[in-house]
Design a protein around this ligand. Sequence first.
Ligand SMILES: [Zn+2]
Length: 364
Amino acid sequence: MFITGLLTIFTLLVAGSGPAGRPVIHYPIVAAAGPRDRVLIVAPHIDDEVIGAGGYAADAIRNGAQLYVVFLTAGDCNRSSASILHRTLEPTANNYLEVGRTRIAEARSAMAKLGVPPDHYFILGYPDGGLRTIYDNPNTIVKSRSTGELSVPYSEALSPGSPYSMEYLANDLRRVIEIAAPTVVIAPVPFDMHPDHSAAAEITDSVLTASHRNPTRLGYLIHTSRIPKSFVWFPDRSLAPPPRFENYAWATYPLTPRMQREKDRLLLVYKSQRPNVFLLRNAYIRKNELFFVNDGREKQKAESRKQQSEGRTLFPLAAARSLTFEAEGRKKGAIPLPLHAPNDLLISALCLLISDFCLPSGMP
Ligand SMILES: [Zn+2]
């Protein structure tokens, strides 16, 4: 176990000098949201909205845009969080429910800090780790692997008591989309390796299609086979896609040092995610945010031509193949995450060993 731990630490350190340090100057720049924009960020878990688009979101609010956030789950299948909160290696269903409540409270704090009013964010409370199963089995009610619940157990949710099924999830998301009436939707990419993320992308797009809405659709990638996590923060580096995704249709949103600090403060609100939140900070708070553009390719083409005439390099549109990506993401997403991933026990044990460091003040 000791050797495995050392290898894990070595891998994390080496990852810091990996693909995340590659330049992204050849990708076009995403325009900031303006006063007439209505932005909806879809987060499978509570913290994804900051990791993926916290800088863009903060600028959107500053520019007078309407910003909405929808959290599909309460993040209540996180074994490390449950272990740290309850100081146990074998968390119970109630322990996981408490994680969900804690993360919902953190979401409220983060939204307040970001400047999102309570009627602009929505907690749906569907099962963490269960979105792929729900999407792939639309006529089935899914049981949470962590809490054992069959329906939304949180009173703070949009529809408490709704069964864990595609029909109810789609209804909730449709309500949110009707309220937000978004001109821009930011959700995960369909080729994210995390089943909840790839499913969130497909669920979002299917509800948008059924609602006959066609907003600008931007995607954020968090989980890849080479997760660029590291123990060292490199705020002066760019966030670039892994090499095998380099030719996809990416665009980039620059972050100033001030915005990096603001995003950092927002992300660290998620204290229940310590110490992992520090690794995420080191990986995702960089000189830019990265977005996959899976719609409006003609609009992008025009923008690319404009940027090229201004001396910037060309967006590789010829490589855009979003249908292929969906197939790829679906294939990967079909593999469910086990409740106890191979490294979970080791990570939980390490977290407990250093729990004085991990535990924020005021937590049980
Ligand atoms: Zn997530």
